[in-house]
Design a binder for this molecule. Structure first.
Ligand code: ATP
Ligand code: MG
Length: 437
């Protein structure tokens, strides 16, 4: 892509409500545009990053055998009346009437809908376990939408649902998802800590929030610093290993404010290990047994032919919130550096075009074509602007690698720079190798 053709409305003036750095950066680099309070359009640059995050989330879900589907955004109120949540959910639910006067709603989550789908087709233990997920827009009429994409009314979420025969099997599904989340966040370049959490309006008895540390986070967290040191790569997807992982995590104190107990914290965590800080919730998982299957009559035959309520869990990841959260974790001292896995482009070519430098321009076009041929997603800054402005702009756009065509580049050697690092002069082959590893 040539930068001059990219729809990237960079703005210098910021609205006063943009208080945190991710919101500011997303507006400044034209990743999003507010449409109304808590509702945003995703412009090409922001959309590209979100799609990359979505794809990583999808791959990790598929890896544990979760099956992707797509449920609608608009739901009928009937199933919510069956579960009892139509009244309980309160004002956060956006309620709509169709032309026949039927009560509908814009889904804030999908436990009811997926239970309805499941009960209409699965009748026997033989079809269990099942793990279904979709990645779909949600709407919650948040009382105070703020911080850009962090707390919106309309947001993009991956939500998965597990169906098992027994509590014991259901816990296995829970552990699998728990580990899958740790893997997902690792691929996004984020260190997410699982914390014991309240179950809130979803209900149930077992729940973890996955939180990344950030000053601007809305969750208050209390943890033993040892939890940050657990190396997740020592575990595998085998049931035994996952059980061990869960034990290791639950043996170290980590909780959000709802579950925080000061006496317990002081008693079991050494003073020098106590971490009290803020974090951003990027995922949340629940095990709630038959909370929905029972009132909704979602029954299956067990091995003895007896009808029992299926045991369910639900598992969410805030895909759109993750765009902001990744920025909070990586934007420092006016430089944004995207993790390689989700950067909007893999590399940017920045030629010095002063005095209409034709030679540099042709050189950069040539490199551009070369890299394209190798399937490298490359951005070429063909805008006629001085180098210092260009560098400032690319510090914000955040593509982690730059090929600079200026005084340090020769005929077949080019200045190659990783953001926040020193540059080096390399051949195109060496650059390709660097980009591929
Ligand atoms: P929160 O505690 O932040 O209000 P929640 O517990 O209500 O979130 P869940 O129902 O667990 O949220 O949703 C799963 C994930 O969806 C959350 O972990 C978060 O990443 C994301 N999410 C929830 N609400 C919003 C929102 N208003 N805007 C953007 N993302 C959200
Ligand atoms: Mg939550």
């Amino acid at each position: 892509m040539h930068l001059s053709k990219l729809f990237i409305p960079i703005t210098k003036s910021l609205p006063s409500e943009a208080k945190i750095k991710s919101h500011q950066l997303m507006l400044r680099t034209g990743m999003i545009k507010q449409s109304s309070a808590g509702i945003y359009s995703w412009l090409p640059l922001g959309f590209k990053v979100m799609k990359k995050i979505e794809q990583i989330v999808r791959e990790e879900q598929n890896l544990i055998g979760a099956q992707e589907m797509l449920m609608p955004t608009i739901q009928s109120s009937e199933i919510w009346k069956e579960s009892g949540r139509y009244d309980d959910y309160g004002e956060e639910m956006l309620r709509i009437k169709d032309r026949q006067g039927r009560e509908m709603l814009y889904g804030p989550t999908n436990e009811e809908l997926v239970t309805d789908i499941f009960r209409s087709s699965i009748k026997s233990y033989k079809s269990l376990p099942q793990l279904l997920y979709h990645i779909q827009w949600k709407f919650r009429d948040e009382i105070r939408p703020r911080f850009g994409v962090m707390r919106c009314k309309e947001f993009y979420m991956k939500d998965a649902y597990s169906f098992d025969l027994s509590d014991e099997d259901a816990k296995k599904s829970y552990n699998k998802m728990f580990y899958s989340y740790l893997k997902t966040f690792e691929r996004l370049g984020l260190k997410a800590i699982p914390m014991a959490a309240d179950t809130g309006p979803i209900g149930g008895d077992l729940s973890h929030e996955f939180v990344i540390l950030a000053e601007t986070g809305e969750s208050q967290i209390y943890a033993d610093k040892e939890i940050f040191e657990i190396d997740i790569n020592k575990y595998s997807y085998k049931d035994e290993s996952l059980k061990k992982m869960r034990e290791d995590f639950s043996n170290i104190y980590a909780a959000t404010d709802e579950k925080f107990n000061e006496d317990k914290f002081n008693k079991i965590v050494k003073k020098e290990n106590q971490v009290k800080t803020k974090g951003i919730e990027v995922g949340h998982i629940f095990y709630f047994g038959d909370k929905y299957s029972k009132p909704m009559n979602c029954l299956i035959d067990d091995k003895s032919g007896k009808k029992i309520s299926v045991k369910m869990g639900s598992y969410g990841i805030g895909v759109s919130r993750l765009v902001g959260a990744t920025i909070e974790a990586n934007y420092n001292n006016d430089v944004m550096k995207w993790p390689k896995s989700i950067s909007p482009f893999e590399v940017v070519i920045i030629p010095s075009l002063s005095k209409n430098n034709k030679e540099n321009f042709e050189k950069s076009e040539k490199i551009y074509k070369e890299l394209k041929k190798q399937n490298i997603d490359v951005l070429l800054d063909d805008v006629d602007e001085n180098m210092s402005n260009k560098f400032k702009k690319h510090d914000l756009i955040g593509v982690p690698y730059q090929i600079i065509i200026g005084s340090k580049s020769g005929n077949d050697k080019f200045e190659f720079k990783e953001l926040n690092e020193k540059s080096e002069v390399l051949s195109l082959d060496q650059i390709k190798t660097k980009l591929k590893t």
